[in-house]
Design a protein around this ligand. Structure first.
Ligand code: BJW
Length: 236
């Protein structure tokens, strides 16, 4: 399907996944050699896994936090292109990312929802405070506010409710273009966003990915290639 001509007033929702950060040096989850080939998701990405072995889970996220601080981990051309799109598109662009890295912010995106949380933040299970946390956390690190040793990564594990869902669904209800970038379409509710937009029957849907995702046939248009190439091409 050819792309309809979009009025500059059309609101856009962009969903990103791990594929957009791959060329910045961060592993995806389900690609060959990805994170789930090295650790079991049941051990590190579920509340049950955290209860069973909090040290293992804290160290998994500490290691990823340290990696994110390495000087060579930088936003790539795809992150930068989406920040430019937000700056120049009159209709507004809501960027919904499943990624917990901060490469979109560092590229300059501001209208951004981290639906699966943020690696650089921790949350206290005792008092609920969410706080910036640049370094390592041990299982017995006390919360600076309530002093309970209940700090956990501020990320959304399987079985937990993703963040800011009302804001996301209301943007999906109003958008004229939905673009999904670098996500495999295996994980809900994000994998269902394209259904929600299609059901309205008025918005264009696009997938930008290295290879067809699980829900590829649901998109009206697809462009395949590395994010650092296809995202800037789409934006310009
Ligand atoms: C490139 C590229 C390049 C590579 N350029 N592209 C049965 C049926 C349906 C649902 C369920 C079910 N049983 C359970 C559920 C629910 C469950 C779920 O979806 N499970 C599925 C596995 C079946 N979901 C949940 O539990 C969620 N909560 C929930 O549903 O709450 C209830 C609710 C109900 C109704 C409304 C709202 C809520 C929570 C999900 C939490 C996911 N958490 C994780 C880990 C935490 C963060 C972290 O540690 O980093 O989030 S799992 C992991 O997967 C991470 C990611 O954000 C997420 C998605 O992965 P992503 O981004 O798609 O990465 P990959 O690796 O899968 O794909 C990479 C893609 O990049 C590929 O397509 C490549 O082609 C591409 N690529 N290089 C462009 N250079």
């Amino acid at each position: 399907m050819t792309r309809p001509i979009l009025s500059p007033e059309t609101p856009i929702v962009v969903l990103t996944g791990a594929g957009i950060s791959k060329e910045s040096g961060l592993d995806t989850f389900r690609c060959a050699g990805g994170i789930w080939s090295k650790v079991r998701l049941e051990d590190v990405a579920t509340p049950e896994g955290f209860r069973r072995d909090p040290d293992l889970v804290q160290e998994f996220y500490n290691a990823r936090r340290r990696q994110l601080s390495e000087p060579e981990i930088l936003p790539n051309a795809a992150h930068l292109a989406l920040a430019r799109l937000e700056q120049c598109w009159p209709g507004g662009v809501l960027l919904v990312t499943q990624n917990i890295d901060d490469l979109h912010e560092r590229a300059g995106s501001r209208d951004l929802v981290h639906m699966h949380g943020e690696l650089r933040k921790v949350r206290c299970d005792g008092c609920g405070t969410v706080m910036d946390w640049p370094g390592d956390v041990a299982a017995d690190t006390p919360c600076p506010r309530c002093l309970s040793p209940a700090l956990r990564p501020h990320v959304v594990w399987f079985g937990e409710m993703p963040l800011e869902m009302e804001r996301i669904y209301s943007a999906l209800d109003e958008c004229g273009l939905f673009v999904s970038i670098g996500t495999s379409g295996h994980v809900y509710p994000a994998a269902g966003f394209v259904h929600a937009v299609r059901q309205r029957g008025v918005a264009h849907t696009m997938e930008l990915n290295l290879a067809p995702s699980e829900g590829a046939s649901l998109f009206a248009e697809a462009i395949y290639g590395p994010a650092s190439e296809v995202v800037p091409e789409f934006v310009e």
